[in-house]
Design a protein around this ligand. Structure first.
Ligand code: ASP
Length: 306
């Protein structure tokens, strides 16, 4: 049987090691394990990497611990605006949504944009109307509300400060998944509420193909998390793929260059999850931590925070 595997993330930056109670840590690890397992079940049963990353991201979007779907952060207008993206490495097809409200699972809407429209990226009202036409589930504002995210927003409301949660509050939670299936196909997906107190209308790196999300069967699949503006300027995900494709670098070396050199020089904090066409997994970050889970072939499922 060919190599296959999946990695997920629940955001770069974490509760600091001193704030992380055993109970908190247990909850995060359990959630990461559930999401990783959901994707792995798809792969082990002969499913596609695309189905696996969507299944994993849906688990994380439905969990209020993470800043995606339920639990998304608040904009400066006190609402939730979400971005999501999915990409298939075999065909280089991709779908993304930006600045959407009340859609229960943004990743599924992104997949519909990819598979059922002639477009790659839909935003705002137009994306929501498309979701309604497809009868995708919507939820009320209360569903997305969490006290923690509200408190984080109230602390900076009426200022120009835009909180990258992990910096100020040491807590962060964009989610993503990358997978290689038994047929050698790669896929990547990322979903987020963005950054606390972001100007409404702001779009991050997550739905920008090649910045926060990218998949190419010739190289790798990548999902990023961190301060989106820097990831966009460094075109992180596509750059890693290019270093492999055009310079012949290994996934490990390409990831090191982006996360520990290029991003650091720009001042960009964060990390990413990556898997290549051979099933090698890399999980680099330059922040204090990154919530992550991964499993390959018949090996043990692992989770990590710091
Ligand atoms: N990259 C996301 C953004 O800038 C934030 C995150 O990773 O949590 O919108």
């Amino acid at each position: 049987m060919k190599n296959f595997g999946i990695a997920v993330h629940g955001g770069a930056g974490t509760l600091s090691a001193t704030e992380m109670t055993p109970e908190n840590e247990g909850n995060y690890r359990k959630a990461l394990e559930t999401a990783t397992r959901a994707g792995y079940e798809v792969l082990i049963n002969g499913g596609t990497s695309l189905d696996a990353v969507e299944a994993a991201v849906i688990e994380l979007e439905n969990d209020p611990l993470f800043n995606a779907g339920r639990g998304a952060v608040f904009t400066n207008a006190g609402i939730h605006e979400m971005d999501a993206c999915i990409m298939e490495g075999k065909t280089l097809t991709a779908g993304a949504v930006a600045g959407i409200k009340n859609v229960k699972n943004p990743v599924s809407l992104a997949r519909h944009v990819m598979e059922n429209s002639e477009f790659v990226l839909l935003s705002g009202d137009g994306a929501e109307e498309f979701a309604r036409k497809l009868n995708l589930p919507f939820e009320t504002d209360e569903y997305f509300y969490t006290q923690l995210r509200r408190d984080q927003w109230l602390a900076v409301k009426d200022t120009d400060e835009v909180l990258l949660d992990h910096k100020e509050i040491k807590k962060f939670g964009t989610v993503g998944a990358v997978a290689l299936d038994q047929y050698g196909n790669l896929a990547a997906s990322t979903s987020t509420g963005g950054m606390t107190n972001k100007r409404y209308g702001r779009i991050g790196d997550c739905p920008i193909i090649g910045s926060g999300t990218y998949a190419n069967n010739a190289t790798c699949a990548i999902s990023c998390t961190g301060h989106g503006e820097f990831f966009m300027r460094a075109v992180v995900a596509h750059d890693i793929s290019c270093l492999m494709e055009y310079k012949g670098l290994s996934l490990k070396e390409a990831c090191r260059i982006l996360v520990h050199d290029k991003l650091i020089k720009l001042g960009g904090e964060g990390g990413l999850i990556a898997i290549d066409y051979n099933g090698n997994i890399e999980l680099p970050f330059n922040s204090e931590g990154m919530y992550r889970g991964w499993i390959k072939n018949d090996e043990e499922l692992q989770t990590g925070i710091y």
